[in-house]
Design a protein around this ligand. Structure first.
Ligand SMILES: NC(=O)c1ccc[n+]([C@@H]2O[C@H](COP(=O)([O-])OP(=O)(O)OC[C@H]3O[C@@H](n4cnc5c(N)ncnc54)[C@H](O)[C@@H]3O)[C@@H](O)[C@H]2O)c1
Ligand SMILES: [Zn+2]
Ligand SMILES: [Zn+2]
Length: 383
């Protein structure tokens, strides 16, 4: 099969690799029709993770079931399915608690929890930027889509990661109707946090970034764009909130946060959030941070440490939730919002490309080139 392979920093290629196949009786085999490039792929693409060369990327996957293992009895050949980026078992202690992002069965490393397709440090699983994908524990992991999804895959594919992840940031933050929220990052995840906050009835959604195309989408989705190249984002948020700060905050950038001039500061969004959120407020951090980052220009962060403004965080009595999103906790309900026309996450999609065009898609999306806000791939030439 053809697949997008990581060949080293800033180098991905479409290659012929062995076909994905059923390996265990609980597996499902999917022919991928729609799969996205994610901001998480960019940390790997830039060589800022432990990603091994030769591996297939892609964790935002949707496609048609073409074969099921002998122990699969719910999912059927012909079903159109969307796969949570997390690979989970459904029966371990963490899965029982709904923490599918910290499944203790599917990551083979003894002291690690959580697995994903084509992802550094999250198990050996191959990604879905490919013609075929093996889905472990198929009955548990496949979200079976309604018939109308066939002609509207760009909306439903967002259920694999970014729509639930944006939603999760607002859940971790404890956002309630009528409250205000400050969101850092207007990439796909920050935009989905904006959409989620709108749906949840936030009274004011302030979203910080510096790219005009992304800030324009903020406005389209019901947020107030805050351009941090034009002045302190904290001051702008305080101005919008009577000097108090927002009730809640969301971090949707991660460890490669940088200033508008491009210099990386891994503590920048976290400390800005502490100062943008009011006393006793809370925040959800879904932007990725990793245990070590030898390539970081920040000496502390080479060891995964961040110069976090803990004194002010403590003094303000704030709280914070972190980590990978447990997609399966939310995807069925968010599907209903798409189905009933109450959410249209595909609004942020700028490009639909073939698998052969994926390397080009990576290069543009990585540079955050103007107009490249979310890239969707169709590996089998069909939508
Ligand atoms: N926790 C999860 O489950 C999960 C799931 C998906 C993605 N992620 C992570 O979310 C993060 C965002 O991913 P994305 O797909 O939206 O793509 P992205 O990386 O393109 O988006 C990040 C945005 O943040 C902006 N930014 C950079 N520094 C900033 C700063 N100091 N202040 C404000 N904005 C700043 C950038 O201009 C960019 O638009 C990544 O770290 C990704 O790995 C996490
Ligand atoms: Zn993703
Ligand atoms: Zn589990």
């Amino acid at each position: 099969m053809k697949a997008l392979v990581y060949d080293g920093p800033m180098d991905v290629k479409v290659k012929d690799v062995p076909d994905a196949r059923i390996e265990k009786p609980t597996d499902v085999l999917v022919r991928i029709t729609t799969t996205n490039i994610c901001g998480s792929d960019l940390h790997m693409y830039e060589g800022r993770t432990d990603m091994e060369t030769g591996r297939v990327l892609g964790h935002e996957n949707l496609g048609e079931v073409i074969e099921v293992g002998q122990a699969v009895d719910r999912v059927k050949v012909g079903d159109l399915v969307c796969l949570p980026f997390n690979i989970s078992c459904g029966f371990c202690e963490n899965c029982e608690r709904g923490l599918f992002s910290y499944c203790t069965t599917t990551n083979p490393e003894p002291r690690m929890a959580g697995a994903a397709y084509g992802f550094a440090d999250m198990g050996p699983y191959s990604g879905g930027q490919a013609e075929l994908l093996r889905v472990p524990y198929g009955d548990h992991n496949c979200l079976i889509l309604p018939p109308e999804a066939r002609d509207n895959q760009v909306d439903y594919v967002m259920l694999s990661d970014i729509f639930p992840t944006g939603w999760h940031s607002t859940e971790l933050a404890g956002l309630l109707p009528g409250e205000t929220i400050a969101i850092y990052g207007a990439g796909p995840v920050g935009l989905m946090a904006t959409l989620s906050a709108t749906i949840k009835g936030a009274s004011k959604i302030m979203v910080v970034d510096r790219h005009p195309d992304r800030l324009a989408l903020v406005e389209k989705l019901g947020g107030i764009p805050i351009d941090d190249s034009k002045g302190s984002p904290v001051d702008q948020i305080l101005e919008h909130t009577d000097g108090l700060g927002a009730h809640r905050g969301a971090e949707c950038v991660g460890y490669q946060a940088h200033d508008p001039q491009g210099h990386e500061h891994p503590n920048m969004t976290l400390n800005n959030l502490v100062n943008s959120v009011r006393f006793a407020g809370s925040m959800g951090v879904v932007g990725v941070f990793i245990p070590q980052d030898p390539g970081s220009p920040d000496d502390l962060y080479k060891r995964g440490e961040v110069a976090f403004d803990y004194g002010m965080f403590w003094f303000k009595g704030q709280s914070m939730g972190t980590g990978q999103c447990p997609v399966k906790r939310y995807n069925r309900k968010l599907l209903n919002l798409i189905r009933e026309g109450k959410a249209k996450p595909s609004q942020i999609v700028s490009h639909e490309l073939s698998l052969d065009q994926a390397p080009e898609g990576y290069a543009h999306f990585d540079k955050r080139d103007m107009g490249w806000t979310k890239v969707v791939l169709h590996p089998n030439g069909r939508r």
